[in-house]
Design a protein around this ligand. Sequence first.
Ligand SMILES: Nc1ncnc2c1ncn2[C@@H]1O[C@H](COP(=O)(O)OP(=O)(O)O)[C@@H](O)[C@H]1O
Ligand SMILES: O=C(O)C1=C[C@@H](OP(=O)(O)O)[C@@H](O)[C@H](O)C1
Ligand SMILES: [Mg+2]
Length: 162
Amino acid sequence: MIYLIGPMASGKSTVGRSLATALSTSFADSDAAVVAHHGTIPEIFAAHGEQHFRDLEVQALSRLRTGVVATGGGAVLREENQQLLSRGTVVYLELSPQGAAERIKADSNRPLLAGDEALTVWASVYEKRRPIYEMLADVHVKVDGKSVLQIVEEILPQLNQL
Ligand SMILES: Nc1ncnc2c1ncn2[C@@H]1O[C@H](COP(=O)(O)OP(=O)(O)O)[C@@H](O)[C@H]1O
Ligand SMILES: O=C(O)C1=C[C@@H](OP(=O)(O)O)[C@@H](O)[C@H](O)C1
Ligand SMILES: [Mg+2]
């Protein structure tokens, strides 16, 4: 199992899909698995709160057992998920605030970035989680200024060295 971790908009979902193709294996996204059963992420946050979403995220991740899995940026917060990810190979995508600014304009699908202060929130959330991403990472790639293909090509040889 290969898990992609990193802050919101670092490209976990996009790079994960491409990495799975390069490895001829399956791809799954924990957010998509939650949405398929429980409605959109903004709806879940609005109706039941973030902690309920985290419960659903734990359930979804525990059910994904093959291939490449893109996690949501906050999945690493839960101890259960940290243990699960530690049993697989973890790829951490690092993104700068400048890179994030480009990507999170007019974001309507990430409740944590819904307000006017989206970039400030993005950065403060990231700083709290950064030590966990660094602790879990087997492979660490800085994604700024790189295409999805370049990122995949940077990940592949590092996976082979593990
Ligand atoms: N390497 C990249 N270069 C440019 N844009 C990217 C790159 N990777 C992802 N994106 C774009 O950034 C946004 C966030 O990507 P996404 O895969 O949803 O990130 P995550 O799953 O980490 O939140 C999307 O609009 C996606 O198309
Ligand atoms: O960082 C977070 O807490 C979140 C990240 C999102 O996934 P992406 O990292 O794929 O945007 C999604 O799980 C939810 O909006 C919460
Ligand atoms: Mg995603």
